[in-house]
Design a protein around this ligand. Structure first.
Ligand SMILES: NC(=O)c1ccc[n+]([C@@H]2O[C@H](COP(=O)([O-])OP(=O)(O)OC[C@H]3O[C@@H](n4cnc5c(N)ncnc54)[C@H](OP(=O)(O)O)[C@@H]3O)[C@@H](O)[C@H]2O)c1
Length: 146
């Protein structure tokens, strides 16, 4: 569980533990409160660190809920690093959407929706692809879904 110390990640970590899964979760700055979880510190802006962690732990499933508001390096580049690491170990990737993937104007989204983000980071808007295609193109899985 990448971003396991966050609002969403903490609840997914709890639920996964309750369901009997062996859970390893990451934090960046916040000390996580749940015992019984293999907590690891990682900064997903650093691709080599993310890859190393994946190779060390080799989870079957990687869930990414790490993000930092308006921080493209974390939300988009970091998400791509997580996707590449998951592909390197043939893990299934579940990436939680942020406003760097979908705008949030629709009530719900499915796999057929085009990625039209409201947040493209701080760079020039037209020159920045959204995080969605970046992450999908990073995945080796033919059934990759956002
Ligand atoms: N909250 C909601 O209701 C909701 C609903 C729908 C979708 N989402 C989406 O779900 C995702 C998570 O939302 P949230 O509310 O759970 O956010 P959050 O509480 O702010 O948690 C963000 C997580 O990302 C981690 N993180 C931040 N920068 C990082 C970095 N450079 N490297 C590694 N980890 C980093 C944080 O770690 P530390 O705290 O340890 O620094 C924390 O675990 C977002 O994409 C959001 O758009 C949230």
């Amino acid at each position: 569980m990448v971003g396991g110390s966050g609002f969403l990640g903490l609840e997914i970590t709890r639920q996964a533990q309750l369901a009997g899964h062996s859970v390893m979760a990451t934090f960046h700055t916040r000390v996580p409160p749940i015992p019984g979880v293999g907590w690891r510190m990682v900064d997903i802006r650093h691709r080599d660190d993310v890859t190393a962690l994946a190779l060390q732990t080799r989870p079957d499933v990687v869930i990414n809920a790490a993000y930092r508001q308006s921080d493209w390096a974390t939300t988009a580049d970091g998400g791509m690093h997580v996707a590449l690491a998951a592909a390197a170990i043939d893990a299934r990737l579940v990436h939680v959407s942020s406003d760097a993937v979908f705008s949030g104007t629709a009530a719900s989204y499915d796999e057929t929706y085009l990625s039209i983000p409201s947040n493209r980071g701080d760079g020039p808007m037209p020159q920045r692809p959204s995080a969605g295609p970046l992450m999908l193109s990073s995945s080796r899985s033919p059934d990759a879904r956002m």
